[in-house]
Write a protein that binds this ligand. Structure first.
Ligand SMILES: C[S@@+](CC[C@H](N)C(=O)[O-])C[C@H]1O[C@@H](n2cnc3c(N)ncnc32)[C@H](O)[C@@H]1O
Length: 410
């Protein structure tokens, strides 16, 4: 494979001439223009550019593009993950290659591969640098990431099937909004009597669980986390003693969030406990750094840690309809100490107007997989108040989609 030093059309390319992981020399590092802005300004700039692009496309083109092209770009990406063609050129952006060279590496007929590469190039997943010649860009690099490939696998193998079944499901349910945690579209499509979390925990679905875990890891890499954009020390405060609980990460999975928090803020005072169901806690055993302990805890039962400074819930409540959220919050509330404890909810707040692909993409996943929802500020306030708590503040997190809702006892 050859290289060139062209400026990437996708962003600002920096010529550093380093070697990619597969040994091919690459000459540029993808640096999207968005990284030149603060996130809130970057999102505004993207919205303006997006509105301009929408106004330049005819309505007929928009409809046909969506139903002719968009559905097959998922196939092209999945084929790319399956045969590993993202892994070959993508140690860094700027590696050029021909369809023939890549076809030989992946064992795919050149012409077939070339057709998929053209689909991906039309969508910006790779650049075209000549006739049947391509050049990896920043998106190609992301697609070579193990965790992002888990995201693609999960959404292709589960998400697309659900999206396809959704209209018929809703029709047969007389278009009632799914709000019953025990009757999900996921359950209908998978033809299972298990809950979604129960289905993933079944050893028969170990591969799907692995994709799901990789998907969650990829998601957490996409944006800055709350503790990278707020004054974390002052938001968390201090525990009542060096060994006392500073933060209980309720539904904290395998502790990757807590680990990143402690890495970013090593001077936090007090202990950190990650609570979850058995599988993630067993999985995290021996992997958590000192200062963090794992504990098996079902959040539909009373919180066993009394008087922690912070009970932290990251993307947990969005998994549940309001009735179950009230049970979860109620169980934390009983463990809180007035004037000391608070709950931090790290979640999307859907804007009343102008919600975008992130908020609504996650909302659709929640609706179909869990009969749950993303919530607007008003909906959060109603949920929190109807749980006997007070929403004291929403930390905006410099335009990141996931905010921090600070919740106190009344
Ligand atoms: C969407 S994940 C969020 C994980 C983590 N907080 C994060 O943001 O990366 C929801 C978590 O809730 C956990 N969970 C589901 N039901 C639970 C229950 N009854 N008790 C405790 N944890 C539960 C899942 O295992 C999963 O780790």
């Amino acid at each position: 494979m050859a290289t060139n030093g062209d400026m990437s059309t996708e962003g600002i390319a920096v010529d550093n001439g380093h070697k990619s992981t597969n040994g091919h020399t690459a000459t540029s590092t993808y640096k999207p223009l968005a990284s030149s802005f603060s996130n809130s300004n970057g999102k505004k700039a993207l919205k303006i550019a997006d509105d301009l692009a929408k106004s330049l496309e005819t309505p007929e083109e928009k409809v046909c593009r969506t139903f002719w092209f968009d559905i097959y770009k998922f196939s092209a990406m999945k084929v790319g993950v399956d045969v590993g063609f993202f892994n070959f050129p993508a140690g860094s952006a700027g590696t050029t290659f021909s369809a023939d060279e890549l076809g030989q590496e992946c064992g795919v007929e050149t012409r077939l591969l070339s057709r998929f590469l053209k689909v991906l190039a039309a969508e910006g997943f790779v650049d075209e640098s000549g006739t049947n010649r391509f050049r990896s860009n920043g998106v190609t690099v992301v697609m070579s990431d193990y965790n992002f490939q888990g995201l693609v696998n999960e959404q292709f193998e589960i998400g697309l099937g659900i999206a396809h079944a959704l209209p018929e499901y809703l029709k047969s349910n007389h278009y009632k909004e799914p709000t019953d945690a025990h009757a999900t579209v996921f359950r209908h499509v998978k033809n299972t009597d298990k809950t979604t979390f129960g289905w993933f925990a079944d050893p028969a679905n170990a591969q799907a669980l692995s994709n799901n875990t990789r998907h969650m890891t990829a998601k957490n890499k996409m944006a800055r986390r709350w503790f990278e954009v707020v004054d974390t020390y002052s938001v968390l405060g201090e525990a009542s003693g060096a060994e006392a609980p500073l933060l209980v990460d309720v539904g904290g999975s395998n502790g990757s969030d807590a680990t990143a928090l402690l890495r970013a803020c090593p001077k936090l005072k007090g202990s950190i406990v990650v609570q979850d169901l058995e599988f993630p806690i067993v999985d995290s055993k021996n992997k958590l750094p000192s200062g963090i302990v794992g504990q098996v805890y079902d959040f539909f039962t009373p919180q066993p840690i009394f008087g922690a400074k912070n009970y932290f819930l990251h993307m947990v409540l969005h998994d549940w309809p309001d009735a179950q959220c009230r049970q979860i919050l109620g169980n934390q509330k009983k463990a809180m100490v007035r004037g000391h404890s608070k709950i931090l909810i790290n979640e999307i707040v859907v804007p009343d107007q102008g919600a975008g692909w992130y908020e609504m993409g996650v909302d659709m996943i929640m609706m179909t997989c869990l009969s749950a929802t993303e919530r607007t500020e008003t909906e959060w306030r109603n949920l929190i108040e109807s749980s006997g708590l007070v929403l004291s503040e929403i930390l905006g997190c410099d335009g990141e989609w996931e905010k921090v809702l600070v919740v106190d006892l009344p």
